[in-house]
Design a binder for this molecule. Structure first.
Ligand SMILES: O=C(O)C1=C[C@@H](OP(=O)(O)O)[C@@H](O)[C@H](O)C1
Ligand SMILES: C=C(OP(=O)(O)O)C(=O)O
Length: 430
């Protein structure tokens, strides 16, 4: 399905942010790894969170869900011996479950998105699992991946963090359940470091003890621990909301988003600070962000690694800023649903934006006068490209057609509905 995004004169309205994808996938997994019955209030509903629901069910968790909550009886350290798991296009779900698959004798993660997740590398996690004696067959580090686990014992593990933090998160979920204590050392750099804070927060809530160094480069994990059954409440999602806030920033607007925790551990909460640095009139109080956009923005320089999943939305806002913006330290955007530097900038340029790429940087020469639009955008299977190009379309002179925009459902199925409720003119076409 394609979407036509027409220029918007103004956006106005108020609603609650969608529920966090990253917390939902983590709470679902922590609940599945507990022996008793956990309750998760306000879980996210999206393709990625549904992928985690589906897989933990396949692995033996029992799920009961109503409008408000999901009640999960876990399988503890004894997942059912399945032969196949399908994570859809969800990178985090795949990596976290590759860790848990260490308990299974023989399971294959299938390749259902060869053009997206099928291209993403998992070598560093495969290598770390190998150190635990887990056998992994793979296609040059990519899906399909077959894991022959058994009884990994724990011990010393080294993992590179230079491509993704998800490999480390996978080990942090797995190692507390092993027979022996583990010591995890992160090699090279650790990208998306702030996300590890979310993993540790959830593990602590689940009653797991982990000793982490201040820089998150080394961890001591006692073995033989159990996940406690708990009651969890999912907070609002900053990465998805970043696109709504960027849309409000580039238009005349009066937009209020609730459920965005002021003291959240989500790095993408930096969207609020970055828009403020760009001169966008907004307030953030009592977990509510209120934007009164006037369409005027100034350029910004920002270390994008602090807010990985909001960078594309920030870049979309910078397209209309006065001056040249620079988003640096973002190389790992190349290993996402698409290459979020080369592929994303190609689509922005098509729409009329003036952008340049470096290996680890995005440079935007702002065009406060607006961009031409009037072209077809390739979504590259990437929900965040779709959301960001929509922001650009709202201030283009001619409509943008975003092909295969249904992939927005990976994280934010109601995105276009929410924008329409704010007064945007978007139309689905087959
Ligand atoms: O752990 C997680 O839930 C995620 C970690 C980040 O990935 P990287 O660590 O690969 O940057 C983020 O981009 C992704 O959307 C979700
Ligand atoms: C990159 C993302 O997710 P994942 O890595 O889990 O596929 C994302 O949500 O932007």
């Amino acid at each position: 399905m394609d979407v036509i995004v027409k220029p918007a004169s103004s956006l106005k309205g108020q609603f609650g942010a969608l529920s966090s994808k990253n917390y939902t996938t983590r709470y679902l997994l922590a609940a599945a790894l507990a022996d008793g019955t956990s309750t998760i209030y306000y879980p996210a509903h999206s393709e990625d969170s549904d992928a985690m629901r589906r897989c933990i069910k396949d692995l033996g968790a029992v799920l009961e869900e109503d409008d408000e909550k999901i009640v999960i009886t876990g399988f503890g350290r004894h997942p059912r011996h399945v032969s196949e798991l399908n994570v859809g296009n969800a990178g985090a779900v795949l990596r976290f479950l590759m860790g848990i698959a260490s308990f299974l004798p023989d399971v294959t993660f299938v390749n259902t998105y060869p053009e997206s997740l099928g291209k993403r590398p998992h070598d560093d996690l495969i290598d770390a699992l190998g150190q635990l004696g887990v056998e992994v067959e793979h296609q040059q580090g990519r899906l399909p991946i077959q894991i022959r686990g058994g009884q990994p014992k724990g011990g010393k593990i080294q993992v590179s963090g230079s491509v993704s933090s998800q490999y480390l998160s996978a080990l942090l979920f797995l190692t507390p359940l092993l027979e022996e204590d583990s010591e995890i050392e992160v090699l090279n750099d650790l990208k998306s470091k702030v996300v590890i804070g979310q993993t540790l927060e959830v593990l602590e809530q689940a009653g797991i003890t982990i000793q982490a160094s201040d820089d998150y480069m080394s961890f001591k994990v006692p073995g033989r621990q159990s996940y406690q059954a708990q009651s969890y409440t999912v907070q609002g999602d900053y990465p998805g909301s970043a696109a709504i806030l960027a849309a409000a920033a580039v238009t005349q607007s009066d937009v209020t988003l609730e459920r965005l925790m002021v003291n959240s551990k989500q790095g993408e909460r930096a969207i609020v600070d970055v828009l403020q640095m760009m001169g966008v009139p907004l307030t953030h109080e009592h977990d509510t962000v209120h934007v009164q956009g006037n369409g005027k923005l100034k350029a910004v320089e920002f270390d994008g690694d602090a807010a990985t999943d909001a960078v594309l939305a920030m870049v979309a806002a910078a397209v209309f800023a006065e001056g040249t913006s620079r988003f640096y330290n973002v190389e790992n955007l190349r290993y996402k649903e698409c290459d979020r530097i080369t592929d994303y900038l190609a689509e922005l340029a098509k729409a009329g934006a003036k952008v340049e790429e470096r290996q680890a940087e995005i440079i935007v020469h702002g065009r406060p006068e607006g961009v031409e639009g009037g072209v077809e955008i390739n979504a590259h299977f990437d929900h965040r490209v779709i959301m960001a190009l929509t922001v650009v379309g709202l201030r283009a002179k001619q409509p943008l057609v975003i092909r295969d925009a249904h992939h927005v459902a990976k994280s934010y199925p109601q995105y276009f509905e929410h924008l329409t409720a704010l007064g945007a003119n978007v139309e689905w076409v087959k």
